[in-house]
Design a protein around this ligand. Sequence first.
Ligand SMILES: Cc1cc2nc3c(=O)[nH]c(=O)nc-3n(C[C@H](O)[C@H](O)[C@H](O)COP(=O)(O)OP(=O)(O)OC[C@H]3O[C@@H](n4cnc5c(N)ncnc54)[C@H](O)[C@@H]3O)c2cc1C
Length: 288
Amino acid sequence: MRPFVYLSPSSLDECLKVLGELKDKAKIIAGGTDLVVNMRAETVNPEYVVDIERLRELRFIRIDDGNLRIGAATKIAQIEGSELVRQKAFALYQAASQVGAVQTRNLGTIAGNLASAVPSADMAPPLIAMDAELVVMSSGGQRSLKVEDLFAGPKATVLKPDEVITEVVIPGTSLNDRTWFLKLGRRKALTLAIVNVAVRLRMAEAVVREARVALGAVAPVPMRSRSAEEWLVGRPANAENFRIAAEKAAADSKPITDFRAGAEYRRKMVKVLTKRALSACVGEGEMA
Ligand SMILES: Cc1cc2nc3c(=O)[nH]c(=O)nc-3n(C[C@H](O)[C@H](O)[C@H](O)COP(=O)(O)OP(=O)(O)OC[C@H]3O[C@@H](n4cnc5c(N)ncnc54)[C@H](O)[C@@H]3O)c2cc1C
């Protein structure tokens, strides 16, 4: 690892000021579970590391104005343990409980998971499926950004070097919908996804009124399958429609072959996981 200067601001204002001055010489560190690995491998070599660990104002989970708001530096373990998340955003709870091992979840944060922009990041599909937005701040001001629009490519985001994600906001409109997350890895635990899928369905009398199908690890960035979503809306939530939607999701995916899995296998698994997630979402069991 190359030498660097460690900074630990005591407030968000101070953090934004420091980042505004240092720009691309600095990298934010939250839990460090991605950044430290990359710094050890010398694939990321910041001159300054700005630690947001002391910024307690970035750690919370609450309902505000009907929306579920999660502070950017909230640990994945806190999300896993939150009754509010379990009740209001079940797929996010499911994803949080499957990130790495307990040690990783105790250190890793929700924004760190997103900002690392790994195509398999487990927090991304449920947040995309729930139309979540990010509050992003810099010394120049504040903007909001859909989670779906954060990713610019593998390990790349649209964030500027002086921007900090401060909050993840799940809109109230998604909170009463049914959601489900499934992850396939090479082992049953402690592994990055070969494919991960999150779905959200809004139903009225067994007919789908709104649908989201979000896929991870099968394209350069986490993605939505718009053709699966379009197929589902206005149709009865039944096994045949879920099968066709799953086929459309597989067709939309753009997987590559790497050391974890082949592209064709990944595409087949998109179909299997999407169908299972949709079935589970309406309470018919994952195997339906
Ligand atoms: C053994 C092991 C197992 C893992 N298993 C999984 C897994 O199963 N699923 C999975 O999805 N991931 C997994 N990971 C990856 C990692 O743990 C998670 O992505 C974690 O959530 C990263 O969060 P962090 O706080 O540690 O990020 P950090 O390493 O601190 O930061 C990661 C990146 O995000 C940026 N960043 C952090 N916070 C902010 C912010 N608020 N605003 C802007 N940029 C920010 C940093 O500058 C850096 O570029 C694993 C990692 C390890 C080491």
